[in-house]
Design a protein around this ligand. Sequence first.
Ligand code: NDP
Ligand code: 7N6
Length: 308
Amino acid sequence: MDIDRIAVHDSVAQACPLEAMVAALQGFGVPVEAVGDDETFDASDCVVTFSPRDAFLDAAWVHGIRAGYDEFDVAAYEAAGTALTNSTGIHGDTVPETVVGYLTAFARRLHVYRDRQRDGDWTQEPYNEPFTLTGEQVCVVGLGTIGQGVADRAAALGLEVVGVRRSGDPAENVERVYTPDELDAAVADARFVVLCCPLTEETEGMVDAALLDEMRDDSYLVNVARGPVVVEDALLAALDDDAIAGAALDAHWEEPLPEAHPLWDHESVIVTPHVAAFTNQYHEDIAALVRENLDRIDRGESLRNRVA
Ligand code: NDP
Ligand code: 7N6
């Protein structure tokens, strides 16, 4: 593969300023330019993008600036012979730090006090509501870059950590690793269930009414994965029926979450607008991945994070 141009698609603006991304990709010995939807591509192009476009299939290599690549048609990339790489590996601090924020808010009731602050309301939570993270159990579903980061931080805070992944292989700071067919058992004792897995045919709808029913009624669901991993109606029903205590949702079924969506008004729900990974260094993190792969191309090596 010979790369003569890095074309930065304007959809990257969904994660970082377009100009910052273009600037961060300079100096790698390949011309860089910002492009929009009217651009055409050829077999000497590398496209750096947030979202897929059919025209990218004409490029040599497409780099998605997200870890999740569920919106890309992997089979079409394979058929076209266009390399597709993703950005797994750069979210090991950002997303886990956000998850620690959710867990701490729920345990220490910070989200409730923030709501009351708007009304100058001094009301204190009932005696039995606040608890400490220490000694509670968290179940981390997906033990990759993000899941491991969550597990490490949770263990440091004194939580007992269990996890789920297909391989079932042990993971650092995780006391028991379950496989997806044991998901019921994995969530049963957890005060927090944190979804850190990709959206795939296997994980779509994984958190359904039956699984929510297996969860403790004082437990919290955290979704930093993708909205459709959770069955929307089942979650809304579980929240309305107090079958679980609350949820923190960064990933949603429709984004932006519609203005009239009932989740906005749930006191026990923290809604964030798909920002768990946001950082003012995102352009640098992506540039480092692209640079590594340009170097690999020069050395005739296979691409890191290649998914097609
Ligand atoms: P990784 O590829 O590093 O990790 C994914 C993990 O999920 C692996 O441990 C994998 O292990 C596991 N997994 C795959 N299938 C299943 C399954 N059926 N059940 C349980 N575990 C499974 O990805 P990242 O940690 O970088 O990102 C994970 C996902 O998080 C992304 O795909 C994306 O959707 C989402 N994400 C969201 C962000 C946000 O802003 N909210 C930011 C970044 C990512 P194994 O192969 O053994 O199953
Ligand atoms: C944008 C991150 C991912 O999959 O959903 C996230 O990486 C988007 C900052």
